[in-house]
Design a protein around this ligand. Structure first.
Ligand SMILES: [Zn+2]
Length: 141
């Protein structure tokens, strides 16, 4: 009787003499070094079935188009408020209101239209007050 076992590397059924159990063997097919099992066990002969290919799981991270727009609407609102509150500090209020205005306009088509309109209006107000202050300062009022 001979020892039958499956190669660890290529799953090929290998057969050796029954006195070779425990000895190292090199698979003639793929060259994988392994130890020949002492006994003919079911585990070694039983086909493991088709090798399951573990492909990379395609985890589709769906980023809805609305999420970004909603964030933009809220951001424009916050930036508008910030612009109004910091309108006395021109170097800060000017870019803040400008960004808020751009974000608000970009978010106008989103679900948070009210927020976007509010943000745009506030940013515009902040921008106008900043400009007004700039003009006032320039003309020495
Ligand atoms: Zn092999």
């Amino acid at each position: 009787m001979s020892i039958e076992f499956r190669c660890k590397g290529c799953e090929k059924l290998l057969r050796t003499g029954d006195h070779t159990g425990g000895l190292p063997a090199k698979c003639p097919e793929c060259g994988t070094l392994q130890t020949i099992p002492d006994l003919v066990s079911e585990q070694n002969i039983a086909p493991k079935g088709p090798p399951q290919r573990r492909g990379p799981k395609t985890a589709t991270i769906y980023l809805g188009g609305h999420k970004g727009e909603d964030t933009a609407a809220i951001m424009s609102l916050l930036l508008g408020v910030t612009a109004l509150m910091t309108s006395c500090c021109l170097p800060l209020a000017f870019p803040v209101s400008l960004i808020g205005l751009v974000m608000g306009i970009r978010a106008l088509g989103s679900k948070n239209r009210v927020l976007a309109v509010l943000g745009t209006a506030l940013s515009l107000l902040g921008l106008l007050s900043t400009l007004g202050l700039t003009i006032a300062l320039l003309f020495g009022f």
